[in-house]
Write a protein that binds this ligand. Structure first.
Ligand code: N01
Length: 533
């Protein structure tokens, strides 16, 4: 660290979807800003998650920026659901098209951010320099810090050790290799069919079976593309009115009131074509346990039909509420278990005892392997923020403040942390919405706020403790009405032992949108400006 101080209006941490748009928007509004990015290129999540089969499960025409009409008209997606390389190409295109790279510092890891109360300045320390700014904006993503479980003997493994969330840039060749993969969440469910086609043997270590719906991915339907592009702006606006911010998910009918025939027909139709939209077949699937069970039973029956060996089918059949853990969308996942080189190991019955130099053992067996893949998820939603040593007023540490539960007002501001914003932070729809429009909504809100502050001669904004408490109560009250809280998942921190078990995403894009707009209309109610120390 050379200690050279540089003053900006804002420091933006991260050059993924959030950081790139944040930079563009602030620059256009006349603010000086710089993006600090740990990687050597743009992309964020889409840079790090380049495991085989990585693909978005929100339709490409919706998982894209809307801030520039020419961009959304000119860019053409190749498939209904884009694969990771195409999304990364898109982000590179955006970075070039809006000349963003000149304001991004790559290979720059943020270590700490300290608020200097005397000078009302954030000091951001990186592996290279110290930066000074009035605002600090965390565009750090919700799924950026890989969860590496403390498995016995892991440090002794001498083969190739990989994590789906920090996959190497160079392609990994599985040919003639014996491979083990631990975890059966979205990342694993996407990568298993691809790896199984190359590897000599693939051992899948499953703790909890997961629901997955076929993606039925296909080349982009040009007619649909033209239709959407002919009314792109209205289409995007309509999507903000849907619960998850995604088109086509909503139905008003209740599963419990429908006839068996109607349910079978609706579930079948959505199984055949909708991916994540399967859960939109009826409006009560995420609210009523009985309705949820009907949908879950349908998927379990499908698994029985897809997997030849019925003992394996039973093991692959989840027992929790469908959608409680994030629903997965796959390309041939269940059928992969019909291949003779694919083996399912039930960790619930027989956990991993030890990892040795080139093998994994449980009580029953020892599996010789060359490659070990951890598909064990992330320290989600808060991990990338608490990984940075952030200190606010009176030296209060954010990590400590969040130890008994992450609290934020609107998922945008945190009490004791003046002029610090989070893009899609805890308490906002974030991971329970289409991330890209939610990111754009936050970036626009933050920029408008900074412009308003400049126009109204305000230097410092900070959410109040009471606003934050009330907001997080609301987040939890809404979640209480759903099945989300009845399932252990990364939505509620259950995947990380040390983490407080709070449900963090706000469920319901339309009500959220109404409320953040109302806050602005009421002169940023719940925030205070220029509070004295
Ligand atoms: O991670 P996960 P992921 N021993 O947390 C298991 C997004 N995403 O990377 O359920 C053994 O879902 C764990 O088991 P359990 C998407 O939002 C999107 O797959 O805790 N197993 C689970 O099976 C997704 O939800 C796309 O019992 C252990 C798995 O590891 C999110 O990223 C694609 C273990 C982790 O599953 C995370 O998905 C991919 C241990 N010690 C990802 N620790 C898109 O399509 C954990 N597990 C856009």
């Amino acid at each position: 660290m050379v200690g050279k101080d540089i003053k900006y209006d804002a420091i933006i941490v991260g050059a993924g979807f959030s950081g790139l748009y944040m930079m563009h928007k602030l620059r256009k509004a006349g603010f000086s800003a710089v993006v600090l990015e740990k990687a050597d290129q743009v992309g964020g999540t889409w840079h790090w998650n380049r495991y085989p089969g990585a693909r978005c499960d929100i339709p490409s025409l919706q998982y894209s920026y809307q801030f520039d009409e020419d961009l959304q008209q000119e860019w053409s997606w190749g498939e209904k659901y884009s694969a990771q390389p195409e999304i990364l190409d898109y982000l590179n295109h955006v970075a070039d098209r809006f000349d963003l790279r000149k304001d991004i510092l790559f290979n720059t890891e943020v270590i700490s951010c300290d608020f200097d109360e005397d000078n009302l300045v954030w000091k951001t320390v990186t592996n290279a320099e110290v930066y000074e700014s009035r605002f600090c904006i965390m565009a750090t993503g919700c799924l950026s810090v890989p969860n590496k479980p403390n498995l016995p003997g892991l440090e002794d493994f001498e083969g190739e050790l990989l994590h789906t969330g920090s996959w190497p840039v160079e392609p990994v060749d599985f040919t003639d290799k014996k491979v083990a993969i631990i975890g059966t969440g979205s990342s694993s469910i996407q990568s298993i069919p691809v790896i199984a086609n190359q590897a000599e043997e693939l051992y899948v270590f499953q703790r909890t079976a997961n629901y997955s719906i076929p993606s039925n991915n296909a080349p982009m339907d040009k007619e649909e593309e033209s239709l959407v592009k002919s009314r792109y702006q209205e289409f995007r606006k309509e999507n903000y009115l849907n619960g998850f911010g995604i088109a086509g998910l909503e139905e008003e009918a209740l599963a419990v009131e429908a006839t068996e025939e109607d349910r079978q027909a609706k579930f079948e139709k959505r199984w055949e074509s909708e991916g994540l939209g399967f859960l939109g077949a009826y409006s009560d699937l995420m609210f009523d346990k009985e309705s949820n069970k009907l949908a879950a039973n349908f998927v379990r029956e499908k698994i029985k039909g897809l997997v030849e060996d019925q003992e394996t089918a039973e093991l692959l059949s989840p027992q929790h509420c469908i959608g409680g853990k994030r629903l997965c969308v796959d390309t041939g996942y269940f059928k992969t278990f019909n291949q003779p080189n694919v083996h399912l190991i039930n960790l619930k019955e027989d956990p991993i005892k030890e990892i040795q130099s080139l093998s994994i053992s449980n009580e029953a067996d020892t599996y010789e392997i060359d490659i070990l893949i951890l598909a064990t998820g992330f320290d989600a939603i808060t991990g990338a923020i608490t990984n940075i040593d952030i200190k606010g007023r009176r030296g209060v540490s954010l990590k400590n403040q969040w130890e008994s539960g992450a609290k934020s007002y609107l998922g945008l501001g945190i009490s004791n942390f003046p002029n610090l914003f989070t893009v899609t932070g805890p308490g906002s729809p974030s991971v329970l919405s289409n991330m890209v429009p939610s990111i754009e909504q936050h970036v626009n809100w933050i920029t408008d706020c900074m412009v308003w502050m400049a126009e109204n001669k305000k230097s410092v904004i900070e959410s109040t403790h009471s606003a934050e408490e009330e907001w997080m109560s609301q987040v939890n009250e809404i979640a209480d009405l759903t099945v989300y809280k009845q399932v252990e998942s990364w939505y509620n921190g259950s995947n990380i032992k040390e983490k407080s078990k709070d449900f963090l995403p706000y469920i319901g894009v339309p009500t959220y949108t109404e409320q953040i707009t109302e806050v602005v209309n009421n002169d940023y109610q719940g925030f205070v400006f220029d509070k004295s120390n």
